[in-house]
Design a protein around this ligand. Structure first.
Ligand SMILES: [Ca+2]
Length: 273
């Protein structure tokens, strides 16, 4: 089957795409629950080592930094990257870590999927109800394949006041040795609180599954759902404009697409939006 026939076949069966997304969501979310206490312990251990990093710690940048917290992206990213690889290797068989020059933080190939997973650390002044996605973190409609490769249509993203053209850069699927691998995109939001400078413990982790580009921009056209996508903050000055993906509209598509593990003392509970 060539690229165009493969694409047509996938577009004709959106429910199969959705059930693949749901299956892998459940596998990863179960893995996160099994490791939740260890993730919380390791994330929060950074404060115990404060004497060993505080002097040379990265400082807040940007417009009018408050000075009340430290950049905590590395903490969430490194701890969660590691646990995600552990979960992937322990719970899925025949996984491969296929090289690509761009994409999410964590990527793996398994059975008939090519999963991309990005960690987003989120502090108290960031928006907890959205992820800001780069073009290379969103799969498109892959409308054609030519000598330059897969082409994704640009998408009009309409915000309340502003609109922009968004260019997804991930293909909706990969063909490896003529076998189909559907692109799955996940985000993990690590929401931390700030007690004092550098004492920034993990509050919750949320696993998020953004629909495949064929579901977003073709067949069931999820991207047309009011408020799901909104222009990012760099629409004026960036060539690679980012889009905001709003999590409450996403959870309305299907509740399972956004699930939180909320820490309460030594325990945790599962919370939906
Ligand atoms: Ca990241």
């Amino acid at each position: 089957m060539n690229y165009t026939e493969t694409r047509a076949k996938l577009v004709a069966s959106p429910n199969e795409l959705i059930s693949l997304e749901k299956h892998y969501f459940e596998v990863l979310f179960q893995g996160l629950q099994n490791n939740a206490k260890d993730i919380k312990r390791d994330f929060d251990a950074s404060i115990k080592l404060k004497n060993f990093w505080f002097r040379y710690a990265p400082k807040q940048r940007g417009h009018k930094p408050s000075g009340n917290s430290l950049p905590w992206g590395e903490v969430g990213e490194k701890v969660l990257d590691a646990y995600m690889y552990k979960i992937i290797v322990e719970t899925l068989e025949n996984t491969q870590f296929v090289g690509l020059p761009y994409g999410h933080d964590v990527r793996f190939v398994c059975d008939n999927i090519f999963a991309h997973l990005d960690i987003k650390s989120t502090g108290p002044t960031d928006n907890l109800d959205e992820v800001v996605a780069s073009p290379n973190q969103v799969s498109g409609d892959g409308i054609l394949l030519d000598t330059d490769g897969v082409f994704n249509s640009q998408m009009q993203v309409q915000g309340r006041n502003k609109k922009m053209l968004f260019q997804p850069e991930l293909p909706p699927f990969y063909l490896i040795d003529e076998k189909i691998y559907l692109t799955l995109t996940f985000y993990i939001k690590c929401a931390y609180e700030v007690i004092s400078l550098g004492n920034q413990p993990l509050k919750y982790i949320e696993l998020i599954c953004v629909p495949n580009g064929l579901l977003m921009f073709d067949t069931v056209l999820y991207a047309n759902i009011q408020g799901l996508l909104a222009p990012g903050k760099d629409i004026a000055d960036s060539e690679h404009k980012r889009t905001r993906i709003k999590l409450n509209p996403l959870a309305q598509i299907a509740n399972w697409r956004c699930q939180k593990i909320v820490f309460e003392g030594a325990d945790f509970s599962i919370v939906s939006r």
